[in-house]
Structures are given as structure tokens and as C-alpha cells.
Design a protein. Structure first.
Length: 128
């Protein structure tokens, strides 16, 4: 499944999909409750059915009804969502986005700082 397919989703369908990715698996009611701007129950079920028809979501029977889960791994979806944020708010600059994230004031652990240093070193060594 390609990131372009997710990018092409209508805004609310993408929001339902990304919410489901964050939850990893959920009923339609669970997705609805997790949305920042809730939709009706029928609208969420309709969107989940559309996402299933597009091959982005799968469903299985659960104790409380159908349980939906994304077909694609959450990491891949997160990378696409982050790329959209970087393109939209940081003019495509990953460095500007990283600087903004680090400027939010959260302290890094030594392990996190070391991991960031490794990623930066690898990015600097890559040839354009």
C-alpha cells in the first residue's frame, strides 16, 4: 500500500484512518470516541467500510462487534503523516521540523540524544 493512497483520502477518511492507526485496533465506537471532532456512529462505520474496500483496513469479529485494524504498519503511516506536516508547516525541511520539536522543551534521555546523533551523522554522510 502506498503513501500516495493515504494522501489521496478525503480529510475525514484520513482522520479516521490515522486515528485507527494510533489505536492499532478498535471498534467503530472506539474510533468515534477517539476522534478530536467526533462524527456520527453511522458516518464512522461508513468511512471504515470505505477504507476496508480500499484495502487500507481489515475487520474481524470481536466480542463487542467488528474490530477494525489498519492493514499497513503504524510506522509507515506515521512516516507519511510526518512528511505531510513537514511539507505543510516547515516548507519540506526536516531540519526545521526537528528543531521545532526539540524546542518544545522536553528533556531528552541520554539514549534519545545518542539515537538522534546517529541519525544526524547518517543523514550528513548520505550523498544527494
Amino acid at each position: 500500500m502506498e503513501a500516495a493512497m493515504i494522501d489521496a483520502l478525503p480529510r475525514r477518511e484520513r482522520e479516521v484512518f490515522e486515528t485507527l492507526c494510533r489505536l492499532e485496533a478498535s471498534t467503530a465506537a472506539g474510533v468515534r470516541a477517539a476522534l478530536s471532532d467526533p462524527l456520527s456512529d453511522s458516518a464512522v462505520r461508513t468511512m471504515l467500510s470505505r477504507l476496508e474496500a480500499k484495502g487500507l483496513v481489515e475487520r474481524s469479529a470481536g466480542a463487542d462487534g467488528f474490530v477494525y485494524s489498519p492493514v499497513q504498519r503504524a510506522e509507515a503511516v506515521a512516516a507519511g503523516a510526518l512528511r505531510r506536516v513537514i511539507d505543510t508547516f516547515f516548507a519540506g525541511s526536516a531540519a526545521s521540523a526537528a528543531t521545532a520539536l526539540l524546542g518544545l522543551g522536553q528533556r531528552l534521555t541520554a539514549e534519545e540524544a545518542a539515537a538522534l546523533e546517529r541519525v544526524i551523522d547518517q543523514a550528513v554522510e548520505r550523498k544527494p
